[in-house]
Design a protein around this ligand. Sequence first.
Ligand code: 5GP
Ligand code: ZN
Length: 115
Amino acid sequence: MEINCLFCRIVAGQIPATVVRETDTTLAFRDISPQAAVHVLVIPKEHYADVATLTQADPALAGDVLGTAAVVAETEGLLADGFRLIFNTGQFGGQEVFHAHAHVLGGEPLGPMRS
Ligand code: 5GP
Ligand code: ZN
């Protein structure tokens, strides 16, 4: 755990979050500032700064994040109409929290990637 990492503190229960799914290795919780009708974040419980670092260090864990994201998409009812799965990465990617996370977005038409 990284003491100053927001998402590590959510994993540790030090900051509240609305958890929608938890596995041994991953946690999924609602984004505090939703950008769509459904907006869930999926993280590895172990700290990695971003998805590239995570995938290089532990590809199985990266797969766990994708698997949890897929289950969340199903339980949130997103499979029929589709959804968006995004990993913002680094400065140009607009990443603000440097603990790897997937955004699961859906529940309404999302429009083009650039709008
Ligand atoms: P990023 O820009 O790093 O890809 O996304 C970070 C996301 O974390 C943002 O969508 C933001 O709304 C969300 N976020 C920031 N602080 C909190 C928090 O304390 N709790 C929750 N649930 N989400 C947060
Ligand atoms: Zn962290």
